[in-house]
Design a protein around this ligand. Structure first.
Ligand SMILES: *Cc1c(COP(=O)(O)O)cnc(C)c1O
Length: 357
């Protein structure tokens, strides 16, 4: 698969670009998409870039019934000079294959998949918005397409990449969010699919989200599925806390999704000499830190928001206000540094960025 030619069919009718000031998340798609097929006889084959269009599947396709599918999410950023940049995309491709292995989907050639992303982004370069905080969201995903109602791994798949220009996550400055600790529903358990980026995890999270939204909370903080005692993560973000000068984050335990942003935050904190520990963290411990006045910061990390400070955590019906509901110093510094590296205004000390020609 490594040296297959990606055939390009250009669109004959380019769409008008959206207004960058009113861009939302994930509603508008670019002119082209990447697609390739898998069959048992030919492996991954026929990579091509074609005009963005609907796909046709048999109603019996396995993905519709049993959810054998995985996805990724990353962004392309444009510098002031007009260069397109990707942030650690190799990490996303590694994770895509980890998800593939868990879902019994045949692995892709990571380097080739990255080439496909680069080629598509390069072709759609004019779709990368330039207003501050905006970017081009990249969604690679794999679906099982064999028409079969038996429960078994599909024999056919499609790997597709679509692109969507997205607005600034923070339009009016970074506002800390209110989060409810989820005490009824669970997201994942050890041995389940929590550490894979697969559709079912998100379908099963909708109910909890719906319940807390009605009470004015932005998201839920998931606890472990067995004892509902230990902190896991938030929606599509990993969690960090600063307690008495030390930054702590739940260790990867088999049910938490390993974020690229999480990994980058840990590397930056270490680089700055700020103590950071990955460990099992109970909600009791966070409550106690709050009561003792040493819960200094809480924030989520993920590609969409980069850093999302938490101003309030509700647990057992009690709201815990963190840092007076303001963004903390560490969260601010991480946000400025990460976005600076992504947009090319900060030194990329770890060589995380890949420029797309
Ligand atoms: C994608 C995702 C994250 C964040 O991962 P990043 O690579 O940092 O964007 C965290 N948790 C879940 C459940 C996710 O799906």
């Amino acid at each position: 698969m490594g040296n297959q030619e990606i055939k390009v069919t250009h669109t004959t009718s380019k769409k008008t670009k959206p207004n960058p000031d009113t861009l939302e998340f994930g509603k508008i798609f670019t002119d082209h998409m990447f697609i390739m097929d898998y069959s048992q006889e030919n492996g991954w084959h026929s990579p091509r870039i074609i005009p963005y269009q609907p796909i046709t599947l048999d109603p019996a396709a396995i993905v519709f019934h049993y959810g054998q599918t995985v996805f990724e999410g990353l962004k392309a950023y444009k510098t002031k000079e007009g260069h397109a940049r990707l942030f650690r995309p190799n990490k996303n491709m590694e994770r895509l294959n980890r998800s593939n292995r868990r879902l019994c989907i045949p692995e892709i050639d990571e380097e080739f998949a990255l080439q496909a992303i680069e080629k598509l982004v390069s072709l759609e370069k004019e779709w990368i918005p330039t207003a501050p905080g905006t970017s081009l969201y990249i969604r690679p995903f794999i679906i099982s397409t064999e028409p079969y109602l038996g429960v078994a791994p599909s024999k056919k798949y499609q790997f597709i990449i679509i692109l969507s220009p997205v607005g600034a996550y923070y339009k009016e400055g970074i506002n800390p969010v209110r989060i409810a600790v989820e005490q009824t529903f669970v997201r994942a358990v050890n041995g389940g699919t929590g550490e894979a980026k697969t559709a079912g995890n998100y379908a099963s999270s909708l109910k909890a989200q719906e319940v807390v939204s009605e009470k004015g909370y932005a998201q839920v903080l998931w606890l472990d599925g067995l004892e509902k005692k230990y902190i896991e993560e938030v929606g599509s973000m990993n969690m960090f806390f600063k307690v008495d000068g030390e930054v702590i984050t739940p260790s990867l335990n088999g049910s938490i999704l390993e974020g690229v942003t999480r990994n980058s935050v840990i590397a930056l904190l270490k680089h700055w000499g700020i103590p950071v520990t990955e460990k099992k963290i109970s909600m009791d411990e966070i409550y106690e830190a709050h009561q003792n006045g040493v819960l200094e910061e809480a924030f989520g990390t993920g590609t969409a928001a980069v850093i999302s400070p938490v101003g309030e955590l509700a647990w057992n019906g009690e709201p815990l206000t963190i840092n007076d509901g303001e963004i903390g110093n560490i969260a601010k510094k991480l946000y400025d540094t990460l976005t600076g590296i992504q947009y090319g205004t900060e030194k990329d000390v770890f060589n995380w960025v890949i420029e797309v020609s």
